[in-house]
Design a protein. Sequence first.
Length: 191
Amino acid sequence: MASDPKDSYYIVLRCNYSCMLSDKEQKKASATSTRATALASPDYEALAELRYQIRRFLRFSEEASRKAGLEPHQYQLMLAVKGLPIGVRPRISELAERLQIKHHSTVELVNRLAARGLLERRRGGEDKREVLLELTARGEDVLRRLALHHRDELRMLGPSFIAAMKAVVKSRGMRAEDPGKTRPSKAKSKL
């Protein structure tokens, strides 16, 4: 018996939903659920290896950023400003989404970079209320040196990273029903 009332509520909802399904629909839902949760040891190994390769690069990036006198998120914001796709305006909201952080955290990063002379704000062309971000010449120089260092590291780690990614994608228990389907980004972390 469930000890938490929320668990009981969930079970009741699940039961009520299941009762609305035909036998055929229940079997299909059960099979899909089993496929989605069936992981074997190689699946876990593939996921762990991919996570390890990602972490290796992130650790390198954190250390390289700090050696250059920046916090990792500051480097990431500068890179996001410079690397925005064509047609995407460099506004706080777009950068918050790209960095997956809260709006106010992005504002604080911009404030710190602007205070150091690495980034500047400018008004939008038609809408003067719009604030656009742009790297200064000094910011461009710092970013260029760090980006080159990151590119060299990725070239070295690339084969291991690609192999780890392929292992996860090819893993039996990890195959998606629709490989072209992506999950919308909603989660944002605090800085």
